[in-house]
Design a protein around this ligand. Structure first.
Ligand code: SF4
Length: 433
């Protein structure tokens, strides 16, 4: 049995090769360890004039698997599966990932089988079931019984060397060979716009597993810097964050990652000692009323200010991630945002347009959030990806009603102008990269 995990083009990124396709490597490693003949087919650099031409080059396999982490990839992956099925009618196609968790019924129409929730055992089971002629449409293992703490180190030899390590990830900090990984998956919060809180708990790797993976990177790739892709790199539980940060500290690398603004002074001090150079913090909005509406009232302007102050004390650079176009915003949102940023003076900012991602609380309750229309063209749903630079696509696949529960809404044009205003200000301050 021959198997390929297919990595889509990641069409929304200027440089799709900067980051590693972690989840495809991770699940392919599980199949490899179980004795299957698996490889990765990477569509991020085909350079083909059309998707059909690119798919035409994919060699014949018995199984094609996909991990649709971002809804922005869904439409392309559906097309790849359909084109391959036409080309190789006996091939079996199965997909998992956050988008599949959120839209299982729709995904069942495009694949022979889907995996809802984790894929550690499910992809192997699909192969075995197909061989016994008992393939099911839906495989639903549970995160409750599939933990991440002692999981396998993803086998990066499935990728060419230059797709594992590069000096772009830490380009702000000199010539550091860097890579990325996850030390936890999931998130304990329930922000109304988010779908990346699956599982709705933080499954954290053990300190031993963290040290083992960093050693693997250092020994095999000469890695000196790690981008920790966890939703929350500094665990809200102090005991757990101490274990994780001490494991990184003992491993002797520098790192950057994203976290939340409630990390304490003590946690940030240890983060610095563990090699932290930079933290991205998804505050998303500077408006306390909007925070309440999007179920993020566990943070506040005051907490954000405190967080930045502590980071500055320990010389950790801060990147503030913002979303504009959120429910509850008024016409002065751009000005309010700029004033707040000017006051707290982060090192970097990143501005995205809001996207009501399928499966999120806002998507499921558009009325409550004053939304009149959501575009179901999934290639426009690249939440937290569109940066409104000259070279990237424009998101905002939705519209508000004119009158909303919080008063007069912003039009799509006004939201775009607000984004550009904040982007332009950030660029003038040297805060964009
Ligand atoms: S936005 Fe971040 S903190 Fe909020 S639920 Fe999603 S992953 Fe968790």
């Amino acid at each position: 049995m021959k198997i390929s995990f297919v990595i889509p083009s990641w069409h929304y990124w200027i440089d799709p090769l900067k980051h590693q396709p972690y989840w495809e490597v991770y699940y392919a490693t599980h199949l490899k360890e179980a004795g299957f003949d698996v490889d990765l087919y990477d569509m991020r650099e085909t350079g083909a004039e059309s998707l059909a031409v690119a798919v035409g080059d994919i060699p014949k396999k018995d199984f094609y698997f996909y991990w649709i982490f971002k809804t922005g990839d869904a439409a392309e992956v559906y097309s790849i599966a359909q084109l391959l099925k036409k080309k190789y009618p006996d091939s079996i196609h199965a997909a998992g990932g956050t988008h599949v968790d959120m839209c299982p019924e729709e995904c069942e129409d495009f694949f022979d089988a889907i995996v809802v929730e984790p894929g550690e055992n499910a992809f192997g089971q699909i192969i075995k079931d197909k061989c016994k002629n008992i393939l099911q449409k839906r495989y639903s293992p549970s995160y409750k019984t599939t933990q991440f703490k002692n999981t396998l180190v993803p086998d990066r030899s499935l990728l060419p060397y230059e797709k594992v390590v590069n000096n772009k990830i830490f380009s702000q900090y000199g010539d550091i060979p860097g890579t990325l990984t996850y030390f936890s998956r999931g998130c304990v919060y329930r922000c109304a716009y988010c779908v990346y809180n699956v599982p709705n708990e933080l499954q954290v790797r053990t300190p031993q597993a963290i040290k083992e993976e960093i050693k693997y990177f250092k020994d095999n790739y000469g890695v000196k810097g790690i981008l920790i892709k966890d939703e929350i790199a500094i665990h809200p539980n102090k005991k757990i964050s101490t274990q994780t940060l001490n494991a990184i500290k003992e491993s002797g690398v520098v790192w950057r990652g994203q976290t939340i603004s409630i990390a304490s002074r003590e946690q940030l001090k240890l983060a610095k000692e563990s090699g932290c150079l930079e933290l991205s913090v998804g505050i998303e909005t500077v408006d306390n009323d909007v925070m309440k509406l999007i179920d993020k009232s566990w943070q506040s302007q005051k907490k954000i200010e405190e967080f930045i102050k502590n980071c500055k004390e320990f010389d950790i650079k801060v990147k503030i991630c913002l979303i504009l176009g959120l429910p509850g915003e008024k016409k002065d949102i751009a000005q309010k945002t700029i004033e707040f940023l000017d006051n707290i003076k982060p090192d970097f900012i990143s501005v995205s347009g809001f996207c009501p991602l399928p499966g999120s609380t806002i998507y499921r309750n558009p009325e409550k959030y004053g939304i009149s229309y959501i575009d179901k063209g999934w290639d426009k749903h690249s939440h937290l990806l569109y940066r409104f630079s000259d070279e990237e696509e424009v998101g905002l696949p939705f519209e508000y009603k004119e009158e909303t529960p919080w008063g007069k809404s912003l039009s799509r044009k006004e939201i775009k102008e607000a984004i550009i205003q904040v982007q332009t200000w950030g660029r003038e301050q040297g805060m964009l990269y």
